[in-house]
Design a binder for this molecule. Sequence first.
Ligand code: MSP
Length: 502
Amino acid sequence: MGRYFLTTPIYYVNDVPHMGHAYTTLNGDALARWRRLHGDEVFFLTGTDEHGLKVQRAAEQNGLSPQEQADRTSKRFKEAWDLLDIAYDDFIRTTEPRHHTAVQRLLERCYENGYVYKDTYEGAYCVSCEAYFAEADLLDGICPIHERPVEQMTEDNYFFRLSAFRDRLLEWFEEVPDNVTPERYRNEARALVRGGLEDLSITRTSLQWGIPVPWDTEHVFYVWYDALTNYATAAGYGTDDERFDTWWPAVRHLLGKDIIRFHCVYWPAMLMAAGVAPMPRFHVHGWLLVSGAKMAKSSVMQIAPSDLADSLGTDGLRYSVLRDNPFGPDSDFSYEALVQRCNSDLANGLGNLLQRVTTIVGRSGGTVGSAPSPDSALAGTAAQVYEAAAAAWDRVQPSVALAETWRLVRETNEYLQVRQPWKLDPGPERDVVLGDALEALRIVAVLAHPAMPGACAELWRRIGLEGDPAAARLPDAARWGQYPPGLRVEVGEPLFPRLAVD
Ligand code: MSP
């Protein structure tokens, strides 16, 4: 038993949820559920990033106040997560008072500790973007986005002394070999630190939609420094010290590779500057790509999770996305692949196994008179599968964990194919085969629960067990031999429909 504090990035409320957001959140939910199955105390956090220019702009375009824009879109994220069966423990919104308190407290600490100073920022500014541009990014003095001339602007800003943290960050990389996983992203983050760190402008006077700087209220914090602090806020920073001390040491952040710099360099430096320890762990994933384009940017990628859940079912979507898109590398995301995965692993694999077993049991009274045999060939498979799946979940590899789990599904189907219980007369010989298959199904229901909480609960019920696999406790629940004889098994509709590709 332990403690596990897992976070997703908080999502901008300028746009509605899409499958890129859902990908991080689904991986987080599955990992959180896996830890809960081991009796860990889990705190799974997600939420929305509601300040800044992007959101202010979107609000203007929609004829809303920024707060209205944030309220509406944040609700859309919650609805999407409900639809996908995401069991978060907290949903943070950066417009909440607890977050204002935490941001002001954390950055005030950095200020008091001498890591924040005021200076004049000078640069090429595009008024339409409300952003500074490096000379190199301009096209002959013209903003590349708006194709309008930029202005030379001067603004008094507060700066964070990031440059002071190079050595301490490198030491952290030295001391904690798995501070960032997978390795390729660790190397990327370390290279950013090695390459040299410039101080960061962390406040704005040109923007209202943000959290005021407590010692100079003309300024608001730039949205990223407000946003990163959400993780500390939710753990109780600035509002509940005891809670913060309980959860903070267990923190792990999931994030996409596009936001490595902010998370794996700036955020640890901010924590060091504020005197917060220990440093978080970071688990980074790649992009889901459709025809090579980043999901949010291609037309195909404007895919709402609800559209896919409608056609694949919530559990089908959860399973196929987790199984087909390994956490780490970029991966091709295609509807056809998801459908194929649902058909092969769910309809033909697990669903067919359940249907076969329950149909035979149903034909002879609905119960099986014998317990699983201790020396069944499947017993060894089950033990290996749990070990391999557990190791994969620990490495933040849900797709590998599910591939391992499906070994038990496949071998149980093969076992039935060899033993052919449908050809055996009712009696002890047949009962042993069916008892073994039911025991394998019980174990699969537990091991697959993090990916498919709904379908696994139904599978559990169909094989006559009470309660929900969510309440099972691993590693005990994976031990072979626990399916009791005499339970009433239900023959129902196929658990997973066979899907058509179009
Ligand atoms: N608000 C910031 C995060 C602040 S966290 C302190 C942000 N938000 S976001 O809504 O733009 O994106 C959030 C996450 O969604 C990122 O981890 C990003 O990688 C992920 N995805 C967005 N598009 C994606 C894909 N096409 N594929 C996979 N994940 C992608 O950044």
